[in-house]
Design a protein around this ligand. Structure first.
Ligand code: FAD
Length: 78
């Protein structure tokens, strides 16, 4: 499966750099130690998604997996 460049952003955010530092460098809106996302896991930057502990709230696996699934569905529509 070949991912589009925009879809890769989702993966890069989690893998390449610490997600919070990376998001801040890109200009994503953050509130202290969490990245601000909407219900689709989108940040204020088009094509940049975030999920899991970096978005704050419950720091639990179930929440991270839930948000990851939503972010994945959003990414394939980019
Ligand atoms: C000790 C402990 C016990 C826990 N117990 C539970 C529990 O019982 N039940 C539960 O639901 N939750 C538990 N949690 C919380 C749970 O682990 C997290 O909520 C969940 O792992 C968050 O998933 P995530 O994908 O957002 O982040 P993570 O699982 O932290 O994944 C982030 C990944 O990014 C990598 N990474 C970071 N920076 C870089 C970089 N610069 N370059 C490359 N890779 C990088 C990290 O190595 C890591 O693999 C526990 C946490 C801790 C610390």
């Amino acid at each position: 499966m070949v991912l589009k460049l925009k879809q890769m952003v989702f993966l890069l955010l989690k893998v390449l750099l610490g997600s919070l530092d990376f998001a801040k460098k890109l200009g994503a809106l953050c509130d202290k130690d969490k990245i601000i996302v909407n219900s689709k896991m989108e940040t204020n930057i088009k094509g940049l998604l975030a999920c899991g502990d970096c978005t704050g709230g419950l720091l639990q696996v179930a929440k991270a997996v839930h948000e990851g699934a939503i972010a994945g569905l959003t990414a394939i529509k980019l």
